[in-house]
Design a protein around this ligand. Sequence first.
Ligand SMILES: C[S@@+](CC[C@H](N)C(=O)[O-])C[C@H]1O[C@@H](n2cnc3c(N)ncnc32)[C@H](O)[C@@H]1O
Length: 388
Amino acid sequence: MEKKNEITGQFVERMQRSIESGSFIKLTLSKPGGKDKDFKNVYARLIDLKGEEVLSFTLHYTTRDEVKNHPIAEALAMVGLWLGADFLNGDLFTLEEDVSIQFSKKRKARLFSRAASLREQPSKKHNRQKQYLIEPENNPYLYAMGIASAQGKILAAGQAKYRQINKYIEIIDSLLQQHPLRKNPHIVDMGSGKGYLTFALYDHLANGLGLLPTITGIELRQKLVDFCNELAKEAGYSELSFLAKDIHDFQPERIDMLIALHACDIATDIAIAKGVQSGAEIIIVAPCCHKQVRKQMACHTGMQAILRHGILEERQAELITDGIRSLLMEANGYQTKVFEFISTEHTAKNLMIVGTKGKKNEEAVEQVETIKKDYGIEYHYLERLLQG
Ligand SMILES: C[S@@+](CC[C@H](N)C(=O)[O-])C[C@H]1O[C@@H](n2cnc3c(N)ncnc32)[C@H](O)[C@@H]1O
């Protein structure tokens, strides 16, 4: 332990010296070794924040990134704590040398350095341009949807939508790294609307990752379906098509990944059920309104005193509806994650439920029963769909 701390101390000291001498380029911490399996890696760079030089950490988790800025001394202490605990690799890049620290499974540390591999320091600007997975250039669909100009520049009115599309693609990209799909996957987007996300997904999977996907968008509104089919043809997206159909009536041969973003009320349940019943490897839903459960709610616990306020009852109905969705997916052999996929400044409907095929949660059915009893709920629509 003594040795580990000593070597970690040397690494942190070299990092501190490089910051003080102005030769620091960046730091990465990788190879997760801690309890939080979702905490994947950390990237650090120096930025100027209101005239003060601070270290900006980007913490990469499985489904999200967090940016945290810290004064230098505090940041160095954090690096010391992360190393050998949360991360087993540390790589420091400076203008003079590259320094690495590596920990064995038994947390034995090794430090080594080599000639500098990088010559340029990143900009210290606070809000530097983010690299997006969806390129604005050469994307006819972004232009047709009013997000980019004909020259491929993101329009002011399209900025929020563009960020939302990219966030969504980043989440799917990261999911696919952990749960790769078979070759030529069939992906179904239920309630595809104007197709913003469906086109971006096809673009990324086909052109970015070379996965040869077939993507089908299902949408009730014929006008939107015609618009999307026309645009897919213009863009040369040969395996992207849209059907004007109620998702309830859609009988797919095979679904490898099921997506339903902001499909209204029980349309989310129908989509989840279709995904489960066709054995989809991945199910991704971002629920919209939550009427079905709320109408039945008559709480029998102490929570009743709180739920007399309409807004709190509404929020609780959302929580219960989506919580039960996730439990029912688990009861059917999916591992689930529930998280906010985009900040509330873009949309209040920002909860995402992701299910990936895995181990069944044997307790889930009983857990659902307890919640239903507490809240006087007769049934959850998804339950009926999965039983029938
Ligand atoms: C709020 S929009 C979301 C569109 C798109 N998924 C997005 O996130 O940008 C919901 C769409 O789902 C469609 N929809 C709702 N219920 C449906 C159903 N039962 N079958 C097919 N489409 C449905 C609506 O027509 C609407 O276009």
